[in-house]
Design a protein around this ligand. Structure first.
Ligand SMILES: Cc1cc2nc3c(=O)[nH]c(=O)nc-3n(C[C@H](O)[C@H](O)[C@H](O)COP(=O)(O)O)c2cc1C
Ligand code: SF4
Ligand code: SF4
Length: 446
């Protein structure tokens, strides 16, 4: 059976699944039970100055009967006394030496405050720190959390302060509330942090309650912008992760991937895009600690199926498959194909293509049902009908390559006309070699 053993900067855990810094990790009772259930690690709920929370704190987006597609919160960092948290962290580390116990930290932008918090926490024997430069509500209004993550120079400065006293690995957790996570990622890596994690929550409004006219969470008739997480944010998290694992500077450090991980499949995707460990919050809040069994079983079975013995065998394998648009092959062409045997004649593909795509599906009226067929020459291979079809595998996309590989970058370099019927003559530049070393325009049929 494949091994899920994880080594994150020398911090070992039996599997790559860590609970993210949040309510599931805010006390020994929780973390102890999570470790009993099998979680590989936990990032303790952020420690910092004592704060007060409001009620209520959460809102959710439910989508067509599916509860909590996205979760939003306006909760602050740990509201428990620091001494109590430190005592419990010490106990957990002693009782569970084989798990990765990381502690999330947040202090005001003062060198002494960070030094004091790091030193006090380090004394617990915890295995690493995660600096919370990402919380987008409440703390950010006080100049902490995402206010730090949004300013690469402040993030750099605080990271340097932390590195002056930290004797254990330091992970910086990035905020997604920026145009790009790379500038802050680069700044903190240059400042000497040992790893990155992302994403924290995305600032959001969950919608307005049409009876009270107040968005959720409703705090006595008012609300505030909150942090969005859960399955809905996974695509955004994956994109941000990839920008970090592709950048030559930030790619030097390991990454803990976070954002919408609910199943082993999600975790496999984060690892394929370069994560060393993955963190989970919303899924644990929705289903409880028991999901760890499915996460581990599913991931190791898939690894067995694919012939991967360790996580290193596939970590980052997909990073290079994401390229700039101009590097995609213009001559790769697919068309839809409908399997008439499995089609249930619902017509959803027809409506989608007819109203919003390329009118490439022919409907022939009949009894007891209509027939739907692809008009191949019209099909641009957009995938829409396949995505809309309710029958798995009924619509497949079939390759109809149009010529040799040709990218937009090459297309421009060669000065080729946009339109195949363009009457302007094509004059190849002999000084510009093509991929195959040929400037023969005949190679490129469109
Ligand atoms: C209620 C709640 C409280 C959170 N508190 C913290 C926190 O104290 N520190 C922190 O770094 N992230 C905090 N987060 C963010 C999570 O650690 C995580 O980054 C985010 O939820 C995305 O993961 P998910 O999609 O698996 O939930 C919190 C999230 C939630 C839902
Ligand atoms: S792939 Fe796009 S263009 Fe082709 S039939 Fe389907 S929806 Fe229409
Ligand atoms: S959406 Fe799928 S099942 Fe429905 S008509 Fe089209 S091919 Fe058939």
């Amino acid at each position: 059976m494949a091994s899920l053993q994880t080594n994150f900067l020398g911090i070992k855990s039996p599997n790559p699944f860590w609970l993210a810094s949040a309510p599931p990790t805010d006390k020994k009772y929780n973390v102890h039970r999570a470790y009993e259930a099998g979680w590989g690690g936990a990032v303790w709920k952020t420690l910092g100055d004592q704060i007060r929370n409001v009620s209520s704190r959460y809102g959710s987006v439910d989508y067509y009967g599916q509860k909590v597609m996205g979760l939003n919160n306006i909760e602050l960092i740990s509201d428990r006394p620091l001494d109590v948290n430190l005592k419990e962290i010490r106990e957990v580390v002693r009782e569970w030496p084989d798990r990765a116990t990381i502690v999330s930290l947040m202090a005001c932008t003062e060198r002494d405050a960070w030094h004091e918090l790091v030193k006090k926490t380090q004394d617990t024997g915890c295995h690493g720190f995660e600096l919370n430069f990402g919380c987008p509500h409440g703390m950010s209004e006080r100049g902490m959390g995402s206010a730090v993550g949004q300013d690469p120079e402040i993030a750099r400065m605080i990271t340097e302060w932390v590195m002056e006293v930290a004797q254990i690995p330091v992970i910086v957790k990035l905020t997604p509330n920026v145009h790009s996570v790379v500038p802050t990622g680069r700044a903190v890596v240059e400042a000497g942090c040992n790893a990155l994690s992302l994403i924290n929550t995305i600032q959001s409004v969950m919608g307005v309650n049409l009876d009270t006219f107040v968005p959720e969470p409703n705090v006595g008739g008012q609300s505030a912008f909150g942090g969005y997480c859960g399955p809905a944010v996974k695509p955004i998290a994956l994109k941000m992760l990839t920008t970090i694992t592709q950048d030559p500077l930030t790619a030097r450090v390991p990454v803990s991937g976070i954002g919408g991980v609910s199943t082993w499949r999600d975790a496999a995707e984060f690892i394929l895009l370069g994560s060393t460990s993955v963190q989970v919050c919303t899924a644990a809040m929705k289903y409880g600690f028991r999901i760890i069994r499915d996460l581990c079983d599913g991931l190791s079975h898939w690894m067995d199926e694919k012939g991967f013995k360790t996580l290193d065998d596939f970590r980052g394998k997909s990073v290079r498959t994401l390229v700039r648009w101009e590097e995609l092959d213009l001559n790769f062409h697919i068309v839809a194909n409908i399997n008439q045997e499995t089609c249930i004649h619902c017509g959803l593909c027809y409506i989608a293509c007819e109203d919003t795509s390329h009118q490439s599906i022919r409907m022939t009226r009949g009894m007891p049902h209509n027939k739907y067929e692809i008009i191949e020459p019209e099909c641009v291979g957009c995938n829409l009908c396949k995505l809309m079809c309710p029958v798995e595998g009924c619509i497949t996309m079939v390759e109809r390559r149009k010529g040799d590989r040709l990218t937009w970058a090459e297309h421009q370099k060669l000065g080729m006309p946009l339109d195949a019927n363009d009457p302007r003559p094509y004059i190849p530049d002999p000084n510009i070699p093509t991929e195959a070393g040929s400037t023969d325009p005949g190679r490129y049929s469109r």
